[in-house]
Ligand binder design. Sequence first.
Ligand code: PMP
Length: 281
Amino acid sequence: MPIGEATIPVLDRGFIFGDGVYEVIPVYSRRAFRLSEHLKRLQASLDGIRLPNPHSEAGWGKLVDELIARNEGEDQYLYLHITRGVAKRDHAFPQPPVTPTVFMMSSPLLHPAAELLATGVSAVTASDNRWLRCDIKAISLLPNVLLRQLAVDAGCAETILIRDEAGGGDGFMTEGAASNIFINKNNVLCAPPKNSLMLPGITYDVVLELAAAHHIPFEVRKIGKAELFSADEILLTSSTREVMPITLLDGKPVGNGKPGPMFTRLYSLYQNFKSEVMRQP
Ligand code: PMP
């Protein structure tokens, strides 16, 4: 149905408690990219909030195909949202369980502007004050909303999060408010290790797979704040922004302040990989 006609009851636990999880899946040439990986992460998020999956992988596949077919546009992004359903307001899970609410929508996938890829984008840093289960793709995104707004207020594209002592961490970089972050130091691509303080990005995995397949030296290890500021390059990845260069951090140039060779290489590998995957039968 048209999005403006879709409604949910006010007692939906997604609305009342933010009690649900979501996924964002990019669609290229009318085919979902890395669908099974997205559905596996959805399963992990559902397990994380103890909500039984309302559909099998094949069932989701059919719904995804139908959503793509019913919408125009070669490239789309799909949003899947599952909540614990509609019940009398009470923090504890409804007993007996109620039917989960499933909401799906498709939006046009807008590619990052060529100009931004040519100059890079700017970012700010902030203390990561989210909860300790950032590996769950939870719909309760208030901390991420507030953290991303810090970037927008400063005229920047992203907020890079540092989990310092106040946030229960040890001063290491976790991710962006809505992206994963990599650095290039001395021609070695470095990525923070996946743990419960960051979202295991689907694009993050693709980038590390591409680095391995194309013999780009890489390390998965903790990245401290000082190292972030002394990086030769900083890269941002997400399903909707793909791979982007960050060239200004807290007002200081990253490396020489221009998108570097690691970005150029990974961006082109990512584009080639996408077109290869989309050509497969
Ligand atoms: N971290 C956070 C907090 C995110 O919201 C996202 C996605 N928007 C990512 C990382 C990137 O994940 P993916 O590559 O799967 O889009």
